[in-house]
Ligand binder design. Sequence first.
Ligand code: SF4
Ligand code: SF4
Ligand code: FES
Length: 525
Amino acid sequence: MPTFKLDGREISFEPGETIMRAAWRDGVEIPHYCWHPGLTVAANCRMCLVEVKTERPILMPILKWDEQQQRHVPATKPKLVPACQVQAVAGQEVFAKSSEALNAQSHVQEFLLLNHPVDCPICDQAGECKLQDYWLTSQGELKRKQTEPVHKPKAVRFGPTIVYDGERCIMCTRCIRFCDEVAQDHVLDMRERGNKNEIVVSPGRELDHRYTFMTEHVCPVGALTTRDFRFKARVWFLRSQKSVCAGCATGCNDFVDYDPRDNKVQRLRPRDNLQVNRFWMCDDGMMSYHRLYDARITSGVLRNGGHKAIAPDAALSAAAQSLKEVPGSRLAVVLSAQHSTEDNYAAVRLATALGTDAVYLAALGGWEGDEILRSEDNNPNRAGALHVAGRTLPPLSALMAKVAAGELDAVLALGGASAESAEALAPLRRLTTVCLASNAGPLTDVASLVVPVAHHIEMDGTFVNRQGLSQRFWPAVPPPEGVRPAWETLAALGELLGKPLGFGQLAELRKGLGAAAPAQNEATA
Ligand code: SF4
Ligand code: SF4
Ligand code: FES
């Protein structure tokens, strides 16, 4: 690969690549606002101006103050070029930290802040704002402008999810380009000129496509905010954990941002993975953390003609008690396309240990996909569940046929979610139905016994996405007291039933999964 030098550091580049992109790939940040690795180049903010030394230097005529002559005299200075737009050339020397370049960055920064309200104490972007970062690294001086700043529309409702503050906007056009190029919806544009510029929504429209959170996410300053996160948390109090979105079979890589003081998840953010989601997530995915709290099951539920809450351990003992006498031939096990590969593997192992091959798959019934990210399959791990089962699995409708034929006494189900309604599953009420679930769903509604288990945000595990990539996630927040991941709960159930599964630790389970485990996806950008 050809190389060039950036502030003395050797950077390799693909022919045709810009200086900015090559530096970014190499982990070097050249100050920038309008450039984004996933969008086309606008080169309008001028924050990325760099000095390029070549055999044929590009010089710009200027007037320079001459002390001796006490007047301006003609002179030249290096012409700076935008690193986001200019292609790298082999052997070229680029300076993003020369005095000329630093001077330009400082002036651009001052210009961008001229009319900016600098209301950082009440701005949601504070702590992760490029204006703050570059003020510190590239300017560090107080505002020289003493006059009233230009005022613009504030708290403008762009749509059901996004609010716009014109005074904070630096007109980088990232939001416009994101809507045009990624969401494929030309719903935003710019009006007026100079310091009257503002971003507007197309007449008769709202910013309401399926990627509005991303439109906000690409904004480098606090001009766009989501109604979901606005005024909810200061980002410096939040911690992040690497995870995978459970919204659909695409398996977008994300960060779970949570407050460690109350272990509450506050938002999801995309995690770059060029192979899977590039830089993006859809709105439903970014809102999917709310499901952690929707109808959360934190204790066991015993329905013996009534509804009694019991401790998780007591629920597990009751599960063992009720399944103990059931012959394998009269037992069915339900896997879940919503649960991790590890959870499903433990369920398969327990089914085998209990002598049944009546294994079914519970899954949500699908949603509208698109050509951008969303898979029509709104289950994160159908592929993982099928993989550990080693065969295609019949749906719950087939299970219900078996129930109707009186061939079963008990069902052990993983997860509460299913495409089938509680009404359709009502015949399961006549059986011993044990359901391990983190959140209520049709299966928990009909279960005679519910054992609480961890949600995927609370545990270590993997999902296999629609590309067959096994992607790992890690625990962000702890599960409720006494609640364990389903794989661990199933292993404990096996022990109580006198059928140990041979793993008490995740590492042991993964060893068992071993060669059968699909390839891990390590290819994060
Ligand atoms: S709203 Fe944000 S992303 Fe859009 S132009 Fe303004 S600063 Fe850039
Ligand atoms: S496309 Fe699917 S995996 Fe990606 S963010 Fe949306 S719901 Fe989540
Ligand atoms: S990042 Fe290059 S001009 Fe904006």
